[in-house]
Design a protein around this ligand. Sequence first.
Ligand code: KG4
Ligand code: ZN
Length: 363
Amino acid sequence: MNSEHESEHLVLGIETSCDETAAAVVRRDAHGHGTVVSNVVRSQFEAHAQYGGVVPEIAARAHVEIVDAIVSTALKDAGVDLPGLTGVAATAGPGLIGGVMVGLVTGKALAFASGKPFIGVNHLEGHALTAGLTDNIRPPYLLLLVSGGHTQTLVVRDVGAYQRLGTTVDDALGEAFDKTAKLLGLGAPGGPAVAAAALEGNPKRFAFPRPMKGRDVPHFSFAGLKTAVRQQAQKLVPLGVQDIADICASFEQAVTDAVADRVACAMRLYEEVVGTEARTLVVAGGVAANVRLKARLETLVDAEDYSLIVAPPALCTDNAAMIAWAGAERFARGEADDYSIPARARWPLDADAAAAVGPKAKA
Ligand code: KG4
Ligand code: ZN
């Protein structure tokens, strides 16, 4: 790394790629240590609740209405003004394109007005690098990225260098939680609702399938499990509170077992790529907040002699601190974007990865 860039960075981050409007200020010191100085997240749950899912046009409009106020609050909370920053970062994709454009244009405008460098961040890179901010973990590490739109294992070789190992051939893990919640009438956001109901349930009552278990390619699949949950729920109608709790607990048990098996498979491939020295598993994305998943992965890393890093829940789900941090990491490497960087609906971390075969396979 070029020593002229080894100075402190104080970066404003903006995140608007889904249904959270977020802004944060993060400091990266000359040794590469990060601090969250402010972190403001405004969820749009209520705006979308009556539609049973995120409506892109409503999301974009809601971002427009509050992004300026959220940025002002983040700067105020941090006790810094625009001239005091060293750079501005905003999510440039992937995500709902209207929302991405709102945050991206806002970030560019603030950077332009204050004469600061700008960087357009890949939202997934934000999740991927959060462990550097929270735990000062440096690459290489094995990343399990589990969010509402993505379920992947990746080798994080360096900032900007990602090799995808596994991905889902149908639903994302967060999507499976959200659909299960919807099916059971638990409301949104689905993941936390299923997890809460599962606390009172019996994880052994229903033997749901563990999709892909034992396969030697580390891909994921959750569609069959979703069908099994639906069929079970139909058999039990009318569902009692205990039935719902038992379905949720058994569903969580099945997905966490399946994920642990897929991660164990990814570990073998990871070791082929980077060797057996850097045995760290980092879990990122909204579903990393799931307590049962974390417990299951703790058992796995103990058996495999890896260490496990899971960010605190507020930095697992969508936030702008991770965007500011990814920006700071890029600025520290002397990088910046010009204002022509576009908003992108689709932007894989590893553009060279072969597509997984499946009905709704994701890159
Ligand atoms: O990373 P994220 O905040 O947004 C995306 O980029 O998708 O992830 C959101 C996903 C949703 O599907 C939500 O239901 C899930 O993460 N989630 C959880 C939990 N908290 C959030 N899933 C299971 N257990 C949780 N505690
Ligand atoms: Zn996310």
